[in-house]
Write a protein that binds this ligand. Structure first.
Ligand SMILES: NC(=O)c1ccc(NCc2ccccc2)nc1
Length: 246
């Protein structure tokens, strides 16, 4: 997977994408992350890329032309057009289903806005997907871009080692993950649940599933209801309840 991140702060992307598991994946060539500085495509010698908003109001707006040129330059370099994801509070909130869909692409352009946003006219021309990482406002789209790169790259073959990729994909079947324990058996007078020491894999699996249900019900009733509702629809009968494996 190749990522082209259009940003005013390329060093932020280079740092984050060069570290940890993503850094290793890039070094091994499983992913590439190229941070493109929108300012390099500024139309004037003062390197300006923002201007005052028509209609007045606080803040500044990023100009259309530098963004347009940056997208076109990346497409030239990649030799193909790509989906252009604009990170914005006005986007669709990212979830695991969307992550899996994006992971099927070979390359993605991630456009990071700043200030009050980008001139609508260039967005209309170049953006294919409007994505938000949650209902809050940040100083820029870069952290959103990194969230997407991290979540999507987990699906790129080779990026995660075996033990890492065995991680329970809790949000895929609408259940939160069960609690985890490791040595020592007793820590701060707290004992590891005995079933986990029993070696009875069926009982352990049942215990973990039960814990996932309890945890989802108490921490994410919205997810719990969703899985409950689907199971009712699935059985076509109000009486059938419980949580279905979605
Ligand atoms: N919730 C998010 O994903 C998000 C994305 C960007 C952002 N700030 C930059 C920006 C502000 C206004 C318009 C477009 C981009 N804040 C939050």
């Amino acid at each position: 997977m190749n990522y082209y991140v259009l940003t005013l702060f390329p060093e932020m992307i280079q740092q984050a994408a060069g570290a940890s598991i993503l850094g290793r994946a890039a070094k091994n060539g499983f992913i590439t992350v190229e941070a493109v500085n929108i300012r390099d495509f500024s139309a004037n010698k003062h390197m300006r890329v923002d201007d005052y908003p028509y209609g007045g109001g606080a803040g500044m707006v990023m100009e259309a032309e530098p963004v347009y040129r940056a997208v076109r330059a990346v497409e030239e370099k990649a030799g193909r057009t790509m989906r252009v994801v604009y990170l914005t509070p006005q986007g669709r909130v990212l979830n695991q289903t969307m992550v899996e869909e994006f992971a099927r692409e070979e390359a993605l352009v991630l456009l990071c806005g700043h200030y009050e946003g980008i001139d609508e006219r260039v967005l209309e021309e170049v953006v294919t997907d409007y994505v938000s990482i949650g209902d809050y406002v940040l100083t820029g789209g870069e952290l959103g871009a990194m969230v997407m790169i991290d979540a999507i790259s987990r699906f790129v073959p080779g990026v995660l080692s075996n033990e890492e990729s065995s991680q329970f994909e809790s949000l895929q079947d609408n259940l939160l993950e069960y609690p985890h324990y490791t040595r020592p058996e007793i820590w701060h007078d707290r004992q590891v649940p005995p079933v986990l020491l029993s070696g009875d894999h069926k009982k352990i699996e049942e215990w973990r599933h039960q814990k996932s249900l309890e945890r989802t019900k108490s921490r994410r009733p919205d997810l719990f209801r969703r899985s409950y509702r689907v199971s009712c629809i699935w059985h076509g009968d109000e009486r059938t309840g419980g949580v279905a494996e979605l």
